[in-house]
Design a binder for this molecule. Sequence first.
Ligand SMILES: *[C@@H]1O[C@H](CO)[C@@H](O)[C@H](O)[C@H]1NC(C)=O
Ligand SMILES: *[C@@H]1O[C@H](CO)[C@@H](O)[C@H](O)[C@H]1NC(C)=O
Ligand SMILES: *[C@@H]1O[C@H](CO)[C@@H](O)[C@H](O)[C@H]1NC(C)=O
Length: 410
Amino acid sequence: MVHRFGSWSLCIAILVLVLSSIPCSNSVRIKNIFKTNSAVFSSPEFKMRPGSVINKYYYNIDFSRGHIAVKSFNAEVVDESGHPVPLYETYLHHWVIYRYYQPKGNPQKLNESNFELLGNSGVCQDNILGQYYGVGSETRKTPTFVPDPYGIEVGNPAEIPDGHEERWMVNVHAIDTRGTEDGLGCTECRRELYNVSKDEHGRPLRPDYKGGLLCCYDETQCRLRKGFQGAKRSLYLRFTVEWLYWSDFILPVKIYMFDVTDTWDPLNPAAHDCKIEYDVAKSCEAGRRCIDSKRTRVTMPTGGYLVYGVAHQHTAGAGSALYGEDGRVICASIPIYGKGNEAGNEAGYVVGMSPCYPQPGSVKILDGETLTHESNYSSSQEHIGVMGHFYILVADQLPNPLKLSMHSPL
Ligand SMILES: *[C@@H]1O[C@H](CO)[C@@H](O)[C@H](O)[C@H]1NC(C)=O
Ligand SMILES: *[C@@H]1O[C@H](CO)[C@@H](O)[C@H](O)[C@H]1NC(C)=O
Ligand SMILES: *[C@@H]1O[C@H](CO)[C@@H](O)[C@H](O)[C@H]1NC(C)=O
């Protein structure tokens, strides 16, 4: 299952760009100089038939072990022969990976009484959106690498409680839209296309609930065109992790996730209410664009330097941004729509989100600063169950040029 190609370099030849000379933000031209290790892993198999939905949680998945800095995490859905599966066949609603502690020797299944989730640095309630990485249909064209000298620190033996080990869990939510009556409707989890009146836990749906995650839970079925026949097939989430063994040269980053549906009370800034998804009503002002612009405000408990940022949006997404208290743009991220037929370029789907890689030190968030989070969608038609999330990596420290040049692999 594990295929290691040992050490290889993202780009050994380029030393120049790392420090002061990174020319632009919002660019993916930055190259790392540290030689990363890389390994390809695979989730357990999941089976999909036309119209079917899976929402699986796989615990104790294969992952890079040891005290490491995770440098990138990329994933895609593949079939049994390892071929990428396009989104118009299997729509990847999302995958998310979580880190947790469990007593050594425990079976691989979830045991809630001794399962300790290690969430990210916030900010939603109850570790909702507490993942380390996670995206959806945009996974193939969204860069995730963390620029040098930064990394996401995991597996530090000094932090793992005695008798425990660190493990990883992946949640995969996929919707097979082959032969469906309304493919977009299936991916938006529209209630009328799923024959459900109760949620996964048997609770009745609100009468006004038009759709969303409560309708497309594991093993539900989206409506097919009459008479459509299609094969059941075995699929996998294949993912590639790049990492470095931890060293003093690496600076840790904190992960924050924001949700535009979050509501927040200035009198109780710790209380959050992230709802994960929302609906976009059809709305076009005369002579103006049809845009639904949703905003919320969120206070950063502690600030730091922005190292990376990217938004998550669904089909019809039209861009998202985080603004500082003074109105400056902290990061803007826009969807990339596919234009063709091949996996990674499926017409009409969000196949990537543009990331932010600011010049080190150029984007500083203050301690306790209140950010505005904006998520725009096209509102030329109604959309159900869309998302407006923002993922950022923040560092306490700026790179130390001296240390870096000493570590140069060349
Ligand atoms: C969870 O693990 C503990 C300790 O190993 C055990 O006592 C308990 O019965 C387990 N609970 C479940 C629900 O399996
Ligand atoms: C919808 O679900 C009900 C039971 O919940 C079942 O009797 C019915 O056949 C289903 N309809 C379709 C079209 O699958
Ligand atoms: C969102 O839409 C509003 C209103 O049209 C616009 O002012 C703003 O610049 C847009 N933001 C992004 C990130 O595209």
